[in-house]
Design a protein around this ligand. Structure first.
Ligand SMILES: *[C@@H]1O[C@H](CO)[C@@H](O)[C@H](O)[C@H]1NC(C)=O
Ligand SMILES: *[C@@H]1O[C@H](CO)[C@@H](O)[C@H](O)[C@H]1NC(C)=O
Ligand SMILES: *[C@@H]1O[C@H](CO)[C@@H](O)[C@H](O)[C@H]1NC(C)=O
Length: 226
């Protein structure tokens, strides 16, 4: 099991995340719905990859439309404190703002950064890859839009990780947010010793509340908010 401090640290990191990346002011009080699956490995990875259909996000009927709602779906790697990490995914907005964007983080040197020149919309199919160069610890993220073939890459040197956690996540904020289903498919990670780690090998599935469910398979992870 993850310790409470690890989860608290991750939540704190995620809170910062949305504050840094959101196009408008995030409400001071965030109702986070963090759900996902975490696998551990004693052997660092060379690559982690997954497909994602950009979800749609709407303000539910009757909910306050003057609040910013943020939903994020991301995968990533981290050591146990979640300070040194590589995360990449999409975040979508509803209420005060709308639309979706790709974002990434190489913590702690490169905080959450949105990719302004790589616009995505609900329904787009993305291929996301995180590569690590074993000899240098350099990390590279590549995001490809299957519909257009457009590609964006982000890299960081010396982002080497050890004592690894792999995570497939969804997080939402805003009362009554509706972020639909988040499905990471064809997701796997290869360690430096050549073995594969898939979501169904996750040691922990974490559900923020009873409105979320997490299902893991050899081919991916489905996270549902309902
Ligand atoms: C390779 O790494 C995986 C993940 O930690 C581990 O389960 C497996 O036993 C390792 N295999 C070898 C041959 O070291
Ligand atoms: C985005 O595109 C503009 C115009 O081509 C360019 O000036 C800018 O550097 C790009 N930004 C990034 C982060 O690539
Ligand atoms: C991704 O593909 C969609 C079509 O599904 C397109 O509208 C969008 O502009 C594309 N984005 C990029 C960055 O290629």
């Amino acid at each position: 099991m993850l310790s409470l401090s690890v989860i608290t640290g991750l939540l704190a990191a995620l809170s910062c995340t949305a504050v840094n990346a959101a196009p408008t002011t995030v409400p001071a009080k965030r109702d986070g719905y963090l759900s996902g699956a975490i696998a551990t490995t004693s052997v660092p990875l060379t690559v982690m990859t997954g497909n994602l259909i950009v979800p749609s996000m709407t303000v539910p009927a009757g909910a306050n439309p003057t609040v910013l709602y943020v939903g994020q779906a991301f995968i990533g790697l981290s050591e146990s404190t979640w300070q040194n990490n590589v995360f990449v995914g999409v975040q979508c907005f509803a209420g005060l703002s709308s639309g979706c964007e790709v974002y990434y983080e190489f913590g702690p040197s490169i905080p959450i950064t949105a990719s302004p020149n790589f616009t995505v919309s609900s329904g787009d199919l993305l291929l996301v890859t995180i590569d690590e160069v074993p000899t240098t610890g350099d990390g590279q993220i590549t995001v490809i839009n299957y519909s257009t073939g457009d590609q964006a890459s982000f890299s960081n040197t010396g982002s080497g990780l050890s004592d690894l956690y792999l995570a497939w996540w969804m997080v939402g904020s805003g009362q009554g947010i509706d972020f639909g289903d988040v499905a990471w498919t064809e997701t796997s990670a290869m360690t430096r010793n050549g073995s594969y780690i898939t979501p169904d090998m996750a040691q922990t599935t974490y559900q923020m509340n009873s409105h979320t469910s997490v299902e893991t398979y050899s081919w991916g992870a489905v996270i549902t908010y309902n």
